[in-house]
Design a protein around this ligand. Structure first.
Ligand SMILES: Cc1ncc(COP(=O)(O)O)c(C=O)c1O
Length: 402
């Protein structure tokens, strides 16, 4: 039974730990690129569960795969091989040309896996000093301790006591700073293929070349966090393909599960060769239902027609956003790639004003660090839906400018 919004928020306040500022809205249904609230309002959803609903709401193939798997079993544990996990792994390895897959439940766990595998790799090889992991200022890798230590945002580490050590943060795209930090004791350079939460920041060509050459010179590993930018979002199956990085380890989550909790690490053979039973584990990781959904998602995202559509919709959305930047002095620049796009705003226009104005137009959008408006539409968004979003955003900018 649908609850009234005020009642729902009140109950949320009483029952749920106060870790989020929640909007006063009661969504009762999603379909494709749209969400519906209890008042009968229809919203164009350019948040997509923060890049989770890569194929929109109620994707039929995902529904069918979940129901089919539930007719077999929900869970059996990682003590036994499970078919959906193997099928999903096989599909991911075929598409990405990685050698092994490890499944978990979330982005932070995928990054924990990458960090543990990278350190274990050097430990087993007898290079026990290789502990240092270099990440980037304003990066976001998750909320568990090692992923938090990797995250280049001191404010979200505050008050949580001592962090796992040997994480160093250098400025995004600062090649000289990175060169100064990397040496023969470096375990890994860890980065997002596009720094999404940190302000929708793309990688420079020079930075990619610097990372590739440091990897070669010092034999350090490269970990690419594809949690938000992977799974087709940049118009390539994995984001790093767009830039020419050569990762040893990749983390995936968000879009891969089609709304179910699923994360993954993709490993090269040399890393997998140094791992043994018992080194790492998870009860739910690779859960058959989540993996069945993941396979339905993966097959659809790997379709060249879908990836081509991401590039086309990206160009359409970018052109519309650029027109807004031309028109409004408070809109400074368009940022991003594929379907992670944003607009950097001047200080005098807080991004929350634009988010509120967009919501009044029945368009859901979100923010990124540094007063940046961010958009993450489903990857199968249509041309008409992007046109509708731009129309709504134009009205929202005009209203916020008043
Ligand atoms: C790039 C990146 N890495 C890791 C995470 C953490 O993922 P999760 O919230 O599933 O733990 C996020 C979440 O926003 C992310 O954007």
């Amino acid at each position: 039974m649908a609850q009234s919004c005020a009642n729902l928020l009140e109950q949320d306040k009483q029952i749920i730990a106060p870790l989020y500022g929640k909007a006063d809205i009661n969504f009762v249904k999603g379909e494709g690129s749209y969400l519906y609230d209890d008042q009968g309002n229809k919203y164009l959803d350019f948040v997509a569960g923060i890049a989770v609903n890569a194929l929109g709401h109620q994707n039929q193939a995902i529904k069918d795969a979940v129901v089919e798997q539930m007719n077999h079993f929900n869970h059996i544990s990682n003590l036994y091989p499970n078919y959906p996990q193997i099928e999903l792994g096989k599909a991911l390895l075929e598409i990405t040309k990685f050698d092994k897959a490890f499944f978990c439940n979330s982005g932070t766990e995928a990054n924990e896996g990458c960090i543990k595998f990278a350190r274990k790799y050097f430990d087993r090889k007898g290079e026990k000093n290789r502990q240092k992991i270099i990440t980037f200022v304003n990066s976001f890798h998750g909320r568990t301790y090692a992923a938090l230590s990797a995250t280049g945002q001191p404010a979200i580490r505050e008050g949580f006591g001592s962090m796992p050590g040997d994480f160093v943060h250098v400025t995004w795209n600062d090649c000289e700073a990175l060169k100064k930090e990397v040496n023969k004791d470096t375990c890994a350079i860890m980065l997002e293929s596009l720094a999404a939460e940190g302000g929708v920041m793309t990688l420079s060509k020079e930075m990619v070349e610097t990372i590739n050459s440091l990897q070669k010179e010092f034999g350090c590993l490269v970990i690419v966090d594809e949690v938000q930018a992977g799974m087709g979002r940049l118009g390539t199956f994995l984001g790093f393909e767009k830039y020419g990085l050569k990762p040893d380890l990749v983390s995936l989550a968000k879009g891969i599960g089609g709304g179910l909790p699923l994360g993954a690490v993709l490993l090269r053979q040399h890393i997998a060769d140094q791992l043994k039973a018992g080194d790492h584990g998870t009860t739910f990781g690779g859960n058959p239902i989540a993996c069945a959904a993941g396979l339905a998602v993966t097959k659809q995202i790997a379709d060249p027609a879908l990836l081509k559509s991401v590039a086309e919709r990206s160009a359409q959305l970018k052109a519309g956003l650029n027109a807004l930047v031309e028109k409004y002095a408070f809109a400074k620049e368009v940022r991003g790639e594929g379907l992670i796009l944003g607009v950097a705003l001047a200080e005098e226009m807080p991004v929350n004003n634009i988010i509120a104005a967009a919501r009044a137009e029945k368009l859901m959008v979100l923010s990124a660090k540094g007063n940046v408006l961010r958009m993450l539409p489903p990857l199968n968004v249509s041309e008409a839906e992007v046109a509708e979003a731009l129309d709504k955003l134009g009205k929202a900018f005009a209203a916020a400018a008043k």
